[in-house]
Design a protein around this ligand. Structure first.
Ligand code: AKG
Length: 346
């Protein structure tokens, strides 16, 4: 087992791409596959690993799968990256990523949201911001154009080998809920949407953000009364140890989504009372095992092109689709490289 202190490769060692930290990331993952990395080293730089891989345009799921299954040399890993991205990352991106790594290692971390920062060309109104403060979520209407939505939706249908007009095709294969399509021009275009970026900038209070390269989902109408709605159980994706640092999640509706069509659900306003709620639980009560449905979830409806942003302290989940057409979603979040993480997972 290699302890954190013995992991000798520095973030400054690079290969052909000239990208800082990538070689150390590759080394850690290969040690991890062989169960030779201690848990502290796995989690210690998680945010840096996360920001690097999303910032590069790959996300974290595909590189992990590739490294775990193929155990490539570093040269092969760099070649795989170039092939995945359809070319070399441009020099502006490389410089920005390298600067991000240097700043991360300097440990000059911020506390978010940053109050009072002026964001140019805002897209959320004062009413939207007041709504966000009160309820912990907000919908940005027309975050992307209907054409961009249709292109992304089409990419997902094609990837799944399903026909939107033929319901039988929705149930023929192995599809459950998540769609592991990451690299597609239509999905990348949405990730780069100016309106989406602006909304996140306003909420974080900074314009120095990176976009996630995340999965999508296709939530099909239920058949034979079987719940196939993915993460429909209300949950959190963040540690519940207090104090909980600020964080935002987001999803883009690619199809019009009514309340009964498996819409996103959350407990509005829970970010303002989660501390008290957690403190009132007995020591033997696991917060994740409580009856969160009784807290009163709300289905957040939207049209294709609307982006739902929510505070990660809100219990949330998808709904059961009791309508006639699938709900199609692309997950998009923008985050600063030094976003807060509680050191304890609870
Ligand atoms: O797709 C949804 O409506 C909810 C997604 C979700 O639960 C999550 O991203 O953690």
């Amino acid at each position: 087992m290699i302890a954190k202190s013995e992991l000798s490769i520095s973030s400054m060692e690079t290969g052909e791409l000239g990208l800082l930290h990538l070689r150390r990331y590759w080394t850690k993952r290969l040690l991890e596959v062989e169960n030779r990395l201690d848990q502290e080293s796995v989690t210690a730089e998680y945010r840096l690993d996360y920001a690097l891989m999303h910032g590069l345009g790959l996300g974290i799921i595909e590189p992990l799968e590739y490294l775990f299954h193929h155990r490539p040399t570093y040269t092969e890993f760099e070649q795989w990256i170039v092939q995945k991205l359809g070319g070399y990352p441009d020099s502006t991106l490389l410089e920005r990523l390298n600067e991000m790594v240097r700043r991360y290692l300097e440990q000059s971390h911020q506390t978010y949201p940053i109050e009072g920062k002026n964001i140019e060309d805002p897209v959320l109104s004062a009413d939207d911001l007041a709504f966000w403060q009160e309820y912990g979520y907000v919908v940005l209407r027309n975050a992307v154009s209907i054409e961009d939505c249709r292109e992304a939706e089409k990419a997902i249908w094609n990837f799944l080998g399903m026909n939107p007009q033929t319901p039988d095709s929705w149930y023929n294969g192995t599809h459950q809920f998540w769609v592991s399509l990451f690299q597609h021009p239509a999905l990348n275009k949405n990730r780069a949407s100016r309106r989406i970026r602006k909304a996140f900038e306003q909420l974080w209070g900074t314009d120095d953000l990176w976009a996630t390269v995340d999965r999508s989902s296709l939530n099909r109408p239920e058949r034979d009364g079987i719940d196939i709605s993915g993460p429909s159980r209300l949950h959190w994706d963040v540690s519940l140890a207090l104090p909980m640092p600020f964080g935002i999640q987001g999803l883009l509706y690619l199809s019009d989504t009514s309340a009964e069509q498996g819409a996103f659900r959350c407990i509005p306003g829970f970010h303002r009372r989660i501390d008290q709620w957690l403190k009132e639980l007995g020591p033997e009560q696991n917060p994740r095992e409580q009856d969160l449905e009784s807290l009163g979830p709300l289905a957040v409806t939207g049209s294709a092109g609307d982006l739902v942003l929510w505070h990660h302290a809100l219990p949330h989940g998808s709904g059961r689709n009791l309508a006639n057409y699938p709900r199609v979603v692309q997950y998009i979040t923008l985050f600063p490289h030094d976003y807060g993480v509680h050191p304890i997972w609870k």
